[in-house]
Design a protein around this ligand. Structure first.
Ligand code: MIC
Ligand code: SF4
Length: 641
């Protein structure tokens, strides 16, 4: 039978199950990546599994999120990560070496391989032809230990590209157009495969911008074929030997097809506070802009930076705009510093940051109150920038630099002659900031500063769940709502009791204290609950607060898996209208939970305040049910061993 590209790679990695839409499969994971903000927990969990050495082909630990060291916490975490990497056979990308996804693409990505990363933008690797997926740290820990990764077989959507991009229109506009059409929940349960003649005009970093932000569709991942452009990119990175051609069979079938004519695209922009609120830049031209931030794992490649530098050369940014630029990797930063482009940025008035996530995750550079910030990033969720009253827009580096120069939203085509930047034939290659694992692991002592707190362990699920509905929220709640990030909270990622105090802070400041006072409780939500980041802290911290179930209209994939991994029941309304039957503070009870789950029967929620009942269902495999009953994946893994 003819196969599409996704089916070919999944089939080659299949360990359990069959490729039938919706059915659970388990696949072998070739490579893993972690970053520091999710990594400390992932490695504590790896330690708890008791496996002496990683069993993957390659595992890399990056430090790129928590690099603002305003106290000992982040620096402690870095030392812990470095020592644990050395001991367990993991490569360690030092702080300053770059953003995980950018560096992985440059130095480690291999067409046809699978990559699991404890970060939702791991699909960046799809730009080089990998099946690269984001997951919670615990799933990544299990994969490092050689365990397969479980997921429901996704549908495959073909995005067929034709034509080629017009001047000043870029890869970011392609993915913004896909987001405009599909929305932030349009990709749930799907893998997006790009194809068609238009693919030929996109370089690997451009493809990676598109697959990176596919995360915002809620998609499992996105992928491009591996072709001559892939080969050229790998060659310029001195890695041509890992190239292979990968493409779908000519008569392959897809569950859905979307067609995009690249020649017709115009510069686009996503408005606050969601990446799918996409319109043409021209439609909001002349809106005043206060801050511009260029970088992040979506748009910080060499060509992105050279384009920005080219537009800034010999000019000065608008006096009322603050422009910050963070090149994606040390490779990019070093290249633009050696060729003079960095000097052009600096003399135009740009503020240069180190090669990290920085403002994208609220690690510094929070914009002023009530201001407008235009960013080349991938997420503009409420409060993520560090300023709740700010309006954050997402656009290409071209649109960003145009706004920095003029002080208002500007269609970059108004800047005149386009900046043509060719892909370099040879990138500057220097891997000394990536430390290989120790040759004598038994000699490595793990450094555990006071910020590293022991892993919280859950108890098996009780048979009766009774307590208060602590919070009722709307559709599209993100993990940034559930477990905010930013410079103040991120340093607590290795300290669950402390970070748990901030759960749902953006929505309701009293949530955590009420949960603690009541000894736990429940949450009701709308559609696409838990979209966005892969942070398992959005499940782990609620678990610590005693949350036993979350009832929604639907869940985002990674968050649902994280809830299961930490023993929290992800329930859905049998009848979505029942959403209306709940109010905060209602006293609720579910009886016979264990036997009903074992028999795969719906659960009945008694609302003791309102004297009503509501039926809740769940879409969970037998394995997922056993994990929840055990109180989470760590307990389950220990029980079955
Ligand atoms: C993000 O972009 O939200 C993050 C920070 O990279 C997260 C991971 C995290 O919360 O540590 C992600 O995307 O998974
Ligand atoms: Fe870092 Fe932002 Fe990319 Fe997340 S989206 S990995 S915070 S640059």
């Amino acid at each position: 039978m003819a196969k599409n590209l996704v089916q070919k790679i999944l089939q080659a990695h299949l360990v359990k199950g069959e490729l039938k839409t919706g059915e659970e499969i388990a696949i072998k994971i070739d490579q893993t990546l972690t970053q520091d903000a999710t990594g400390t927990m992932a490695y504590l969990q790896f330690e708890a599994l008791g496996i002496p050495r990683v069993k993957t082909e390659l595992s890399v630990s990056y430090v790129d999120h928590n690099t603002l060291q305003s106290g000992f916490e982040n620096a402690d975490d870095h030392q812990f990560l470095q020592s644990i990497a050395a001991k367990y056979g993991i490569y360690f990308s030092r702080p300053g070496n770059g953003i995980c996804h950018q560096v992985h693409l440059e130095r480690f990505g291999i067409p046809g391989k699978t990559l699991l990363g404890s970060d939702s933008h791991t699909p960046t690797g799809g730009g080089i032809g990998m099946i690269a997926m984001g997951a919670g740290g615990l799933d990544v820990a299990v994969a490092m230990g050689g365990g397969p990764f479980y997921l429901p077989t996704p549908k495959v959507v073909l995005v067929k590209l034709s034509g080629s991009l017009q001047p000043w229109v870029s890869a970011k506009d392609v993915i913004l157009e896909v987001l405009r059409r599909m929305s932030v929940k349009g990709g749930v349960g799907k893998i997006i495969e790009y194809g068609g003649d238009g693919v030929k005009c996109l370089t690997v970093p451009q493809r990676a911008t598109i697959t990176n932000m596919g995360a915002e569709l809620g998609a499992t991942t996105s992928i491009f074929p591996s072709d001559e452009n892939t080969k050229a990119f790998l060659k310029s990175q001195g890695r041509e030997n890992v190239w292979q051609e990968l493409k779908p069979d000519s008569d392959a079938a897809y569950d859905e097809v979307i067609e995009i004519d690249l020649s017709k695209l115009e510069p686009m922009i996503a408005q606050p506070h969601s990446p799918d609120k996409v319109i043409k830049v021209a439609a909001i031209a002349r809106t005043k802009v206060n801050q511009v931030a260029i970088g992040s794992c979506t748009n910080s490649s060499y060509v992105d930076m050279m384009t920005v530098a080219g537009a800034l050369k010999g000019k000065q940014i608008h006096p009322e705009v603050s422009l910050v630029i963070s090149p994606g990797s040390r490779q990019v930063l070093e290249m633009i510093s050696r060729n003079g482009a960095l000097g052009d940025m600096i003399s135009a008035g740009a503020r240069i940051l180190e090669s990290t996530c920085g403002p994208c995750i609220g690690m510094g550079q929070a914009p002023p109150s009530d201001s407008v910030s235009v960013r080349s990033f991938n997420r503009n969720f409420l409060g993520r920038s560090g300023t709740k009253s700010a309006s954050v827009y997402l656009a290409s580096p071209e649109v960003c630099v145009a706004a920095a120069l003029t002080g208002v939203m500007t269609d970059p085509r108004d800047l005149g002659k386009p900046i043509a930047v060719p892909m370099p034939e040879k990138f500057l290659i220097d891997d000394r900031m990536v430390l290989p694992p120790a040759k004598l692991p038994e000699k490595v002592a793990i450094i555990r500063g006071p910020n590293i707190k022991p892993l919280p362990i859950n108890k098996p699920l009780p048979d009766t769940l009774e307590g208060e509905l602590l919070l009722k929220v709307e559709d599209n709640i993100t993990t940034d709502h559930i477990m905010p990030a930013g410079a103040k909270i991120l340093p607590l990622r290795s300290n669950i009791p402390e970070i748990a105090k901030h759960v749902f802070e953006v929505v309701d400041e009293t949530f955590a204290s009420r949960a603690i006072q009541k000894g736990g409780g429940f949450i009701v939500g709308g559609e696409n609950y838990g979209q966005g980041s892969s942070r398992e802290h959005a499940a782990l911290a609620p678990m610590h607060l005693g949350i036993k179930w979350v009832l929604t209209k639907s869940f985002a994939r990674i968050h649902k898996a994280n809830l299961v991994n930490f023993g929290i029941l992800p329930l859905t309304f049998e009848n979505p209208e029942d959403y209306k039957k709940f109010d905060q503070h209602d006293h609720l009870r579910i009886k016979n939970v264990i036997s009903l789950l074992k028999a795969n029967q719906p659960l009945v929620i008694e609302n003791l305040t309102k004297n009503t009942t509501v039926t809740a269902s769940y879409d969970l495999s037998d394995r997922a049910i056993d994990i929840i009953l055990a109180g989470g994946l760590l307990n389950y893994t220990r029980d079955v061993q």
